[in-house]
Design a protein around this ligand. Structure first.
Ligand SMILES: [Fe+2]
Length: 133
């Protein structure tokens, strides 16, 4: 199980609140892997990932458009990649792939490291200059 850590904070409260929701999803994925959960449980986790992605990526991307963020295109591609992976895991589950829970968990952990701690950080100064807190 993982917990929210200060190293994940980007210090823009609305975005940190949304990122915190991802920890709950990751912990469900940890349990699903440990307990070798059934298809239905894994599909529920994937649904939560998709709902998270739709809402949260819209939050970030709307600010990027509003503030004319120069790295919008690149950032959006990483978001798209997350959504596409989530969709591909759905078909893997339905195909009976026994390793998909491991892949989902790995993907989520990588997201915390590579996206939240690196790519998201790049917009912080820019967003703050445009008045976000
Ligand atoms: Fe992002």
């Amino acid at each position: 199980m993982i917990e929210w850590d200060d190293k994940y904070n980007i210090n823009i409260s609305l975005i940190d609140e949304e990122h915190k929701k991802l920890i709950g999803i990751i912990n469900k994925a940890v349990i699903a892997k440990q307990h070798k959960s059934n298809q239905e449980t894994i599909l529920e986790i994937l649904n939560e990932m998709m709902t998270f992605a739709l809402k949260h990526f819209t939050t970030e991307e709307s600010y990027m458009i509003q503030f004319n963020y120069p790295e919008y295109q690149y950032h959006k591609e990483e978001h798209m990649d997350f959504s596409m992976k989530t969709l591909s895991y759905q078909s893997k589950v339905l195909d009976g792939d026994p390793y998909v829970a491991n892949e989902i968990l790995e993907c989520l952990k990588q997201w915390m490291i590579i996206h939240i701690q690196v790519t998201d950080r790049k917009y912080v100064d820019y967003f703050k200059k445009n008045g976000l807190k």
